[in-house]
Design a protein around this ligand. Structure first.
Ligand SMILES: [Zn+2]
Ligand SMILES: [Zn+2]
Length: 340
């Protein structure tokens, strides 16, 4: 087991390349994970375009990882060899800043991002940090669960950071990876949900997710449709990789409502009208994944409610064409998950 198959981003705007790489040896505090599956996140498209100033090249991308612990490095005494774990966007943090001290490692200024600053899960083996992986709860399929490590935690944590409550009116833009999970989590948390999509043909998907309404922007202005929903949405959750979609729905917020950016397009700035924001005390926030405790809560909630994303498994050899298709907009719909 000295060599492993991996997919690499060698430089911005270069397609993923497939290569054999040495299986890494776990250093202090690290664990070697044999990867079972790794979801393909839209982050990798931003990364492909060179949008992250802290990105390392070449790098093995991928931060929606499930796998089995097979070796512990020096000083690592957990999780035991054989444990099935999930590893996420947050690779590790400095452990001593004010944010780490209050358990918000995701806000650490010295955090490192899996698959961007350090090698990720588009490979047969992955080096994780002992305190930053989470054991998978019983009953979660490790391939279908992979997208919970980014799309899932981002949706779950975004909803609760935004103050979702039973009875909240939550509008979710886009019923794909993050949006579909946000809709199902919101329903399971006791909220009322409207899904906003482009065409009428996604209405059935929206109702299958538990939404009480569906708004097709081909037919209706999303802001008008939301204002007609008992006075507007308490939360508008943008699950689409489009800033424009969030701007179009913004006028549908109820007073004191919050726009939550989960999906976004790094190339499109957010421009919003200021007067209605002030008069209605509106809020805008975003949510980047979460801390280790958030991943535990996400996985426990998903297992308890059996909330798993719809996925399309792909092989590692298909990753280059799949990522190119995601960048070109030709690969859409359910999350692609590399299954080993
Ligand atoms: Zn810190
Ligand atoms: Zn991601």
């Amino acid at each position: 087991m000295s060599q492993m198959r991996a997919a690499l981003l060698d430089a911005p705007e270069q397609p993923l390349s497939l290569a054999d790489r040495p299986v890494p040896a776990p250093g202090p505090g690290e664990i070697l994970v044999q990867v079972i599956a790794c979801g393909m996140c839209f982050t990798e498209v931003n990364q492909l375009h060179g949008d992250y100033p802290f990105a390392r090249f070449p790098v093995i991308p991928g931060h929606e990882i499930t796998g089995t612990v097979i070796e512990l490095g020096p000083g690592a005494d957990w999780p035991p060899v054989g444990t099935r774990v999930g590893a996420q966007f947050l690779h590790d943090s400095d452990g001593h800043c004010a944010n780490c001290a209050r358990g918000e490692q995701i806000l650490c200024p010295n955090k490192r991002i899996t698959g961007i600053a350090v090698d990720g899960g588009y490979a047969e083996y992955f080096l994780g940090r002992a305190g930053f992986v989470t054991p998978l709860p019983e009953g979660l399929d490790p391939v279908a669960a992979a997208p919970l490590m980014c799309a899932g935690i981002t949706a779950f944590n975004g909803l609760r950071q935004a103050g979702i409550r039973p009875g909240s009116r939550v509008a979710v833009i886009g019923a794909g990876g993050v949006g579909g999970l946000a809709a199902r989590f919101a329903v399971a948390m006791g909220a009322r949900v409207t899904v906003i999509g482009r065409s009428r043909r996604d209405a059935q998907t929206a109702h299958a997710l538990g939404a009480e309404r569906y708004v097709a922007t081909d037919d209706q202005d999303p802001a008008d449709a939301l204002r007609a929903w008992d006075g507007g949405a308490d939360l508008i959750v943008n699950g689409a990789p489009s800033t424009a979609a969030a701007v179009a729905a913004f006028g549908g917020l109820a007073p004191d409502g919050t726009l939550v950016l989960l999906g976004y397009n790094a190339a499109e700035p957010l421009t919003l009208p200021t007067m209605p924001m002030v008069l209605n005390r509106l809020h805008v926030m975003a949510n980047p994944s979460g801390s280790p405790h958030d991943l535990r809560d996400t996985l426990a909630f998903a297992a308890a409610h059996q909330i798993l994303p719809e996925i399309v498994p792909v092989k590692l050899d298909q990753a280059p064409e799949t990522l190119a298709g995601m960048a070109a907009g030709t690969v859409r719909g359910p999350r692609r998950v590399i299954s080993f």
